[in-house]
Every structure is written in C-alpha cells, then in structure tokens.
Design a protein around this ligand. Structure first.
Ligand code: FAD
Length: 472
C-alpha cells in the first residue's frame, strides 16, 4: 500500500481481513494523510491538520462495520450539525431532525421537508449507489432515479426553484459549497442534498481528542490483523517495491504517473493527464482565549458553521477560484470543536478550524479575508486570538503530496469527474498494469473521509485481480 490516508488504510484493512499480508508505506513521518492532528499553534492546543468533520464515518458502510469505537474512537455529536448565520444576527441550524430544521425556514418549511425527507428516508437504499462507481448497476434504480432528478441539477437552480426565501436557499447552498465547484454547475445539487441528508441521518461528528484518533483506531485495527506500517518511507517508483502480488496506490493520478509513467500505456497516461484538479484550500487554525462571540447564539449549538451569508454571495464566492480570482467575501467553513470537546485545548481556551476556497495553487494570503468573515458574524473574535497557524495551498501540499495545488478532494468534483474518476472505466480502481490499483479519493466515490474508495478498490482487486487469488 502506497500511502496511509483513510482510503489507503481502508484498503489495507479490507485485504488483511481476507487473510492477505499487507505493508503500508507512508511518505510522511506521521500516519493518516488527511486525517491527522497536531499542536499547530501553541502547546496544549490540538488542531486537525486537514479534515475534521465526519458525517461519513458513521455514514460509511465500511467504517460502520469495523467497530472503531472499540479501538478508542469516540465521535462527538454536537446538538446541531451545522449553523448558517445571517447579517441580521439570526442563524439557521441544520438539526439532526428534518422537522426541527424545516421549522426554522418559515414559508419554505414544507418545501424543505418535501425535498429532504424522501431522500433521508430512502438513504439505506441509496447509499450503496451514491458511495460507489456509477458503472455499478444500482439495486434500487427507482429510488436512485428520483434522487438523480434533483441531484444532477445545479445547487443554485434547485435552491431557487424549490425555495422562496433566503434562509432555506442559503442553508442548502452552504452544504452544496463543499463541492468546491461553482454552484451554478450541474451536479452541485448532489452535494447539497447528500450533506443535508447526512446531517439528519448521521450528524456531523468529529473525533474526541483530534482527527488522529480516527487514524489511530484504523491503524490499531490493521495491526490486529497483522498489517504493518512504515512511516517516513516515501515510494518514488513502483520499481523500488519488494516483490508483491499487488500494489495499491493511495495517490492522485499525478502521483501514479510519478510512480509508474514509464510502465503505463500511452493512452492511459494521456487520460490521467487530462484528470483535472480543482481550486485549493487556504486554511487557518486559531488558538483562542475564549469561545467565539456569535451574534446568533444558535451558532454555539453546532460543531460546524458556514460563513458566507446569502445564496447570491455564495454563488459569487464559489465562482471566483474557478476564474483565478480571490473572493472578497469568501465562503468560510469553520469548526469549533472545543465547545464540545474540552480535551483539545487548555482549560477555558478554545480552537477554531477554518478554511476557504482559492484558485488552484494560489499564493495569496487570505487570512485577513477569512478573519473579516468571522468578525462579521462573531464580532470581537480577533481580540480572542492568541495563536494562529496559516496554511496556503503550497503548505498543504508540502504536508501531503496528494493535495495538488491545495485541492482537498483528490480532483475536481465537476459533473464528469463526479461520475467517472479518474477516467471512464468499468473498474476505475484497476490500472492497465496487472496488480496495480488506485485507491485514493481520485477514484469513486471521491473526496471525504469514508474509506469507500479504498474498500471498493480492495474488493475489486479481490474479485477481479487474478494476482490476488489466495495462494493454493
Ligand atoms: C484542509 C482540508 C479539510 C478537509 N476537511 C474535510 C472534512 O472536514 N471532512 C471530510 O470528510 N473530508 C475533509 N477533507 C478531505 C479528506 O481529508 C480527504 O478526502 C481524504 O483524506 C482522502 O483520503 P485518501 O486516503 O484518498 O488520501 P489522503 O488522506 O490525502 O492520504 C494520502 C496519503 O498518501 C501519502 N502518499 C502520497 N504519495 C505517496 C508516495 N509516493 N509514497 C508514500 N506515501 C505517499 C500521503 O503522504 C498521504 O499520507 C479535507 C481535506 C483537507 C486538506
């Protein structure tokens, strides 16, 4: 296994559970890829270096059955999944219950229920199809077709046609903006729907003590099955690996080209070269002397807060990085763990995790614009800052070479790449090289911490890969 992100570890566990011996080699000194934590600001303040909020840990059919809580993982569920504040000092909260969420939306109460409830109710039928390659024949085609009718639309189009007022439109747009794709593009509604439904079905939890605890639990599981892991062990070419039945690459197409370009057929190389990376993330972590002073006190009930105001503003902000521009008022995704997990900071102190989207590879410092957005909804925030860590795209990529140009999703989630990644192929995990598989978020179902790319890659290899057949 090349790489120890959640997908690499998921693939390794899947193979080890089937009795295969597995060695994971990780380039960095710490295990976990996008699921790590560290004292980025001051001693005693634990920050999540990359990912932090995990609806698709309980929402992952693979993670669910691992029993990670028995290996020390404790997921904390704030009362509200996400809050979306407005300039008038109010906020809407994506609550665990559809009803309670809809009840805050005034004239759009019924419209919200009509849109979200059927998908939330049908999620058990849908998840297998949504969290898998499109080429897999769906077991519930009618439910999937009904979902697709809305999901394939643009978030902007769906929000405008389904809702009449600003609060519901903005709440939906905030969920859809996790796509890092302009909200006027087709397919972005899928993110809005899936993230809203995930809040209702699974909540938006995070790991007590830091994201690293999730990685620790996965590592503990893998080791219990006999798997081995080496950190600080970059793989620069497939040629340097010991003889093995199969190699799984938790890397991007670009990473695979670095590992094996000389051995891959030209046509596949060209197709991988056409794979598109999206905008980058500009991330800031804060150590605070006190909790965020929200104007809308409901914001303190949620672990995640979406700062961006109205649908119109979000559309402008998410369009900008695709035009090579930096939004004046960027959409900021913020998490405030210490309100619910005091183990992450010294007594009485707090942490904040925040990022916004910027052009691919941007070197512009967005700290001030992020802070203006936080101040807008939590005036007095700046006076509480006692430490900050700033990570532009280049710094993110330095810590994990999968984060190409700061792209956190392993490749743009535009409609084509949402459906087919990294290329259109019956088994997208297989490469033309016998026994070599891709298993990162550059494969279906894409970005996010769910382990499904790794799990499905390993299952595909176990099923189809003659080289993985059990030795006789
Ligand atoms: C700032 C940020 C915020 C995010 N927030 C969230 C969130 O809140 N919730 C969520 O669900 N997702 C979030 N994500 C996305 C999530 O982290 C990724 O989708 C997920 O980590 C992808 O997992 P992966 O296993 O495919 O790759 P990664 O986690 O990127 O792991 C790949 C690993 O492979 C290693 N590697 C690469 N090349 C080599 C090589 N040649 N040799 C050896 N090792 C190699 C890397 O060092 C890395 O450790 C966020 C990401 C970032 C960066």
């Amino acid at each position: 296994m090349v790489g120890s992100g959640p997908n690499g570890l998921a693939a390794a566990i899947t193979l080890a559970r089937e009795g295969r011996s597995v060695l994971v080699r990780e380039a960095e000194e710490t295990i976990g890829g996008g699921v790590r934590s560290a004292e980025l600001t001051l001693p005693g303040f634990v920050h999540d270096v990359c990912s932090s909020i995990y609806p698709f840990v309980p929402g992952s059919p693979f993670f669910r059955e691992l029993g990670l809580e028995e290996r020390g993982l404790e997921l904390i569920q704030p009362a509200g999944a996400a809050a979306h504040p407005f300039d008038d000092g109010t906020a809407v909260v994506l609550e665990r219950s559809v009803e309670a969420t809809a009840a805050q939306l005034g004239e759009d109460e019924r419209a919200y229920r009509n849109m979200v409830e059927p998908i939330a109710d049908a999620w058990d039928m849908l998840e297998e199809a949504v969290l898998a390659p499109l080429v897999t024949a769906p077991r519930h085609p009618v439910a999937l077709a009904r979902f697709a009718l809305s999901a394939l639309r643009s978030a902007d189009g769906l929000a405008r046609s389904a809702f009449t007022a600003e609060r519901a439109r903005a709440l939906f747009a905030g969920c859809a903006a996790h796509s890092i794709v302009p909200l006027t593009w087709r397919g972005t509604a899928a993110f809005g729907l899936v993230l809203a439904v995930s809040g209702h079905r699974f909540g938006w939890p995070f790991a007590r003590g830091g994201a690293q605890r999730l990685t620790d639990a996965l590592v503990s599981h893998l080791r219990s099955l006999g798997g081995e892991i080496e950190a600080g062990a970059p793989v620069r070419s497939l040629a340097e690996l010991p003889r093995t039945r199969a190699v799984f690459c938790d890397v991007t197409p670009r990473g695979l080209l670095r590992l094996a370009a000389d051995r891959l057929p030209t046509d596949y190389v060209r197709r991988l070269q056409r794979f598109r990376h999206g905008p980058g993330a500009f991330k800031v972590d804060y150590a605070l002397a006190g909790p965020l002073p929200w104007k809308a006190e409901e914001c303190a009930r949620a672990g995640t807060v979406h700062l961006g105001g109205t649908l119109e503003e979000l559309v402008i902000s998410e369009q900008a990085p695709w035009r090579g521009e930096h939004a004046q008022r960027p959409f900021v995704l913020l998490a405030q763990h210490t309100l619910f997990d005091p183990t992450r900071a010294p007594e009485g102190k707090h942490t904040v995790w925040a990022y916004c989207h910027v052009p691919h590879g941007s070197a512009r410092d967005m700290t001030n614009r992020i802070e203006r957005q936080i101040e807008r909804f939590a005036p007095g925030f700046r006076d509480l800052v006692v430490g900050r860590s700033v990570m532009p795209p280049a710094e993110l990529e330095l810590r994990n070479e999968n984060l190409v140009g700061g792209d956190i999703n392993g490749g743009a989630a535009n409609l084509r790449q949402l459906l087919f990644r990294p290329t259109l192929k019956l088994v997208p995990y297989a490469t033309p090289l016998r026994g070599v598989y891709l298993c990162s978020s550059s494969t279906p179902p894409g970005g996010g911490v769910h382990g499904m790319c790794g799990y499905l890659a390993a299952r595909a290899a176990l099923r189809h890969g003659g080289s993985l057949a059990k030795p006789s």
